[in-house]
Write a protein that binds this ligand. Structure first.
Ligand code: NAP
Length: 228
């Protein structure tokens, strides 16, 4: 399954032309990973690369853009940043090429117009739905659901932790390393069944953003000494 921890990965971001995907691409490229922004349209992927490249300085050569299936075929680890409405059809279309990979799922089951109400899919969570679609050869791991794209693209410290949950401790350890490479603090939040909490939290945060007229409220785990 490729769960052994490497120093640098090739990361393929499905739907990486959106705000969340570009924010992750920016941070992982700066950390020295080779990042491929994926899109349904290669020109759109290359336009996203051109948008981010000036921010990357000498690391710009590590960032590329491809059509989604080519990005997945070329990557060690895939990342899913498409809206929930496009999640099933996207994964079904990429199932063969995703086989055997760790899949970091960032999608949240936001179903407009009730974006502040937790609405989980029948499988229990987006991550469980993805695992059902992709089958046992993949390890689906949730991460970054509670991090606004605004904070990723700003650079610097982010006042929010990342809860990582999904299939297999080894896969979660790999993802925790990638969270650390974005400059954020990650926590092993356990099995894939716990994804309901992580994904559901995003609707709560959106509600807090609206109530308090802010763009990016977040979460912190307290009571555990910082290991950094
Ligand atoms: N934005 C945030 O702050 C944030 C925070 C945490 C989690 N998330 C989650 O991360 C995911 C991405 O968020 P986002 O704001 O970046 O989303 P987005 O901008 O709405 O969409 C991201 C990309 O998904 C692709 N896409 C859109 N509709 C599609 C369709 N019908 N079929 C296939 N691909 C489609 C598009 O890429 P192409 O047109 O290039 O194919 C688009 O650029 C969502 O699930 C969201 O809930 C977002």
């Amino acid at each position: 399954m490729g769960d052994a921890i490497k120093e640098k990965y090739t990361l393929g971001i499905i739907g990486g032309t959106g705000q969340e995907g570009k924010g992750l691409a920016y941070r992982w490229t700066l950390a020295g990973h080779h990042v491929i922004i994926g899109s349904r349209n290669q020109e759109k992927a290359l336009a996203a690369v051109a948008e981010i490249a000036p921010l990357l300085g000498k690391d710009a050569g590590l960032l590329g853009g491809m059509e989604n299936s080519a990005a997945v075929a070329a990557c060690d680890i895939a990342v899913v940043t498409v809206p929930y409405s496009a999640h099933r059809v996207t994964l079904e279309g990429l199932k063969d090429v995703l086989s055997g990979k760790i899949v970091i799922d960032v999608a949240v089951p936001i179903m407009p117009p009730k974006v502040t109400k937790v609405q989980m899919p029948p499988a229990g969570s987006v991550a469980q739905e993805a695992q059902e679609i992709l089958g046992d050869t993949c390890s689906v791991v949730d991460a970054f659901q509670n991090i606004s794209h605004e904070r990723l693209m700003e650079g610097g410290d982010v006042d929010c932790d990342v809860l990582v949950c999904g299939k297999g401790k080894a896969a979660r350890q790999v993802v925790l390393g990638l969270v650390a490479d974005t400059g954020l603090r990650g926590w092993d939040a356990g099995q894939i069944e716990n994804a309901v909490v992580v994904e559901g939290m995003t609707s709560v945060l959106i509600g807090l953003n609206i109530q308090h007229k802010v763009k990016a409220s977040g979460i912190r785990i307290t009571g555990i000494a910082d290991l950094d």
